[in-house]
Design a protein around this ligand. Structure first.
Ligand code: PGA
Length: 261
């Protein structure tokens, strides 16, 4: 498969931001200013509470999707304060972020738990966007490839061929998230190529070539085009810059240019 035939995706992780009216305004502004183009999938990940409203808006388009930022491993039960993949699917969302570094860091989510979450996501016919990435010290100690390789293999090793067909992965170096410091295109490309190599070792070349790999970490309108032009970078997972319609639209426009040229 040549790189251009892989799915291109720009995703916005809104994290714990916005009120309901603000979330509705943001998604409407984005959708209304973006010409329909299925060559680039756009996904937004609002807080759980806003999933029904945002899904309703994205549901009107073939190129926009809504996802949740997390889910529980079980489909139902006595887990006060948690939200299941089953509930997420029932309000019209399509994707679930699994293993975002803030979940790993602040909520101590480990590979064992993340594996169960991915199973819950697939069980409920949703699509996981699985995040991997090293912290600053791990990079300084030159352990970033090992760390990312382990995060990857521990969780995707046992996925079936059908599940791998759907999986999306994001590489987000933790030192670049919300810091204004971005991985250079060389650093991003090098890690994305490595991730593809690990997937190929586990599941074969064809699977590795098919899976979209997104870059995340201080991606903005100024650096998106250069990052997205790397052969193994198939789009981005955008935090801060996805909270402003103009910035998110500009990032979408930069990948559209590459796809359509
Ligand atoms: P950032 O966040 O773009 O604000 O660095 C990215 C993310 O956490 O997904």
């Amino acid at each position: 498969m040549n790189t251009m035939s892989r799915k291109k995706i720009v995703a916005g992780n809104w994290k714990m931001n916005k009120t309901l009216p603000e979330a509705q305004q943001l998604i409407n502004e984005i959708i209304n200013s973006c010409v329909e183009d299925t060559a680039v999938q756009k996904i937004v990940f609002p807080p759980f509470l806003f999933l029904p409203a945002v899904s309703l808006a994205t549901g009107q388009r073939n190129d926009f999707f809504t996802g949740a930022q997390n889910c529980h491993t079980h489909d139902a039960g006595a887990y006060t304060g948690e939200v299941s993949a089953q509930a997420i699917a029932s309000v019209g969302a399509t994707y679930v972020l699994v293993g975002h570094s803030e979940r790993r860091q602040y909520f101590k989510e480990d590979s064992h738990q993340l594996k169960s979450k991915i199973e819950a996501v697939f069980r409920n016919k949703l699509v996981p966007l699985y995040c991997v990435g090293e912290v600053l010290n791990e990079r300084k100690e030159n352990r970033h490839f090992d760390v990312v390789g382990n995060q990857l293999s521990e969780v995707i090793k046992e996925l079936s061929a059908v599940q791998l067909q759907q999986l999306v992965i994001a590489y987000e170096p933790v030192w670049a998230i919300g810091t204004g410091e971005t991985a250079t295109p060389q650093q991003a490309e090098e890690m994305h190529a490595y991730i593809r190599k690990i997937i190929a070792q586990l599941h074969g070349e064809a699977v590795a070539e098919h899976i979209p790999l997104l870059y995340g970490g201080s991606c903005n309108p100024g650096n998106a085009a250069e990052l997205f032009s790397c052969p193994n970078v198939d789009g981005g997972l955008i935090g801060g810059a996805s909270l402003k319609a103009a910035d998110f639209l500009s990032i979408i426009a930069s990948i559209k240019l590459l796809v359509n040229n």
